[in-house]
Design a protein around this ligand. Sequence first.
Ligand code: MN
Ligand code: MN
Length: 245
Amino acid sequence: MFYHRKETIVPVDVKKPDARFGAFLLEQFGGATGELTAALQYWVQSFHITDASIRDMLQDIAIEEFSHLEVVGKLIEQHTSKLDQTEVYASPLFRVRGVGPHFVDSQGSAWTAAYINEGGNVVRDLRADIAAEAGARQTYEALIHASTDEGTSKVLTHLLTREITHAQMFMAALERMGKLDDPFFGTIKPDETVDLVFNLSKGEDFRGPWNQEPLFRYENDPKPNGGIPRAPVNPDDEKTPLATK
Ligand code: MN
Ligand code: MN
């Protein structure tokens, strides 16, 4: 069951409406790193996660993301409707689609479910969620740099802050499972190459803990192990004379 409260999670009060900035904000409404993506991703994950406490966390965060979606939508509405309409109509997107938010990103590309990263395993999901929060945080940072309205910047700083909180919550959940710094999960054992690192970009090479002892064996000059695969069999292909050497 859902309730909606008409009060927003934080105050939304745009003093200097700017239709161009409204278009920037669409990135967090109908964009890949946006609030619709986050809300739906965590929500749908909660349906297949067996651990009741992690399911509950995802539901709490999903609903907070819906509150964020509402706040971003209200920001866009105020940036595109409170001002002299000439400015709004200078923005092709709002001129054609009307004022207020739409489920497109800042470039006008339609939102797609392909942005959502979920499925199959709680560790996989929580790692995708940390990546989602990093993307959202980064977009908010870009928006804050571009914002000239104090009220807008304040709201965006709150939204950026919450994405950091969510990332921390997902990390704490992985930590409790012992999976924050353990790449292994699931039921299938990896093969013997699991600690092998290949130097496949030759030139000035740099080393780090990701290709050194004690975690990794470094193959400076990797050789192919597969041999030449058998030739393709295609009865419909053109019968051209064999090339001779
Ligand atoms: Mn959010
Ligand atoms: Mn978040």
